[in-house]
Design a protein around this ligand. Structure first.
Ligand SMILES: *[C@@H]1O[C@H](CO)[C@@H](O)[C@H](O)[C@H]1NC(C)=O
Ligand SMILES: [Cu+2]
Length: 234
């Protein structure tokens, strides 16, 4: 009896977190998990867990295994991720892209070094008044789908697309923010001739003391800037 109660508690705890296992292309979620999204480590793929060490290589793609497929998306179109069981914690949700070299295998390429630019950010709605830990401040909170627009001027080619939901509910001190991450694989068509940037590395782009990774309980904040570089507008 004790054993089964314990199992139930673990299952209930795991349910509170989430993962991003499917892309949404032209408004259509993929029909299975981990098709064009690289499967994350078991701690996320099975247990919905997060990364909290910003210096860990798990900050890149939280990757457990190589990719399998590549989705096609036109520049200028919306690209989304399904949040499996929903984004259960408040905080920003951001999207980064990294160009895969033409001669590299997109399924195995490691996006190490300064290769990532920020392509989208769903951050706090600034009101001039106190920010809260609810949906009024955080538009991505409780959503089961999140998306950004692939910049119109991004050059055509193969890209990794990294989604990160930063959970701030335990981020009163450095190291408390949680990152829910995965990386999709896309072939961008109808692109432009822009030069995306600035380029940053994961790990490397964030420090645990970044103001965007700290959420004091009081006094209430009246402004918030998500960590990382500005969104490349193309
Ligand atoms: C990407 O799309 C272009 C244009 O349709 C195509 O020529 C190319 O083969 C595709 N590459 C991959 C890796 O799917
Ligand atoms: Cu959680």
């Amino acid at each position: 009896m004790r054993f089964s109660i314990c199992v139930l508690l673990i299952a209930a705890t795991a349910h509170a977190h989430y993962k991003f296992p499917r892309l949404i292309i032209e408004g259509q979620p993929e029909s299975a998990d981990w098709v064009s999204v690289r499967k994350t480590k078991i701690s996320n793929a099975r247990d919905n867990g997060a990364v909290s060490d910003v210096s860990s290589s798990d900050m890149r793609c939280f990757q457990g295994s190589a990719g399998k497929a590549t989705a096609t998306i036109a520049a200028g179109d919306p690209l989304g991720f399904v949040a499996s069981s929903g984004i259960m914690h408040f905080g920003p949700c951001q999207f980064y892209m990294a160009r895969v070299p033409d001669d590299a295998d997109i399924n195995t390429w490691e996006a190490a070094g300064n290769v990532w630019f920020k392509a989208g950010s769903i951050s706090a709605v600034q009101t001039g008044g106190p920010l809260s830990g609810n949906e009024a401040t955080w538009p991505a909170y409780h959503k089961t789908k999140v998306s950004f627009t692939v910049p119109k001027n991004v050059p055509s080619g193969k890209y990794l697309v990294r989604v990160e939901s930063i959970a701030l509910h335990l981020a009163q001190n450095p190291g408390g923010a949680q990152f829910y991450i995965s990386c999709g694989q896309v072939n961008v068509t109808s692109g432009g001739n822009g030069t995306p940037g600035p380029l940053v590395a994961f790990p490397g782009a964030y420090k645990s003391s970044d103001p965007g990774l700290i959420w004091p309980n009081s006094p209430p904040r009246t402004s918030y800037t998500a960590p990382g570089p500005a969104v490349w507008e193309g």
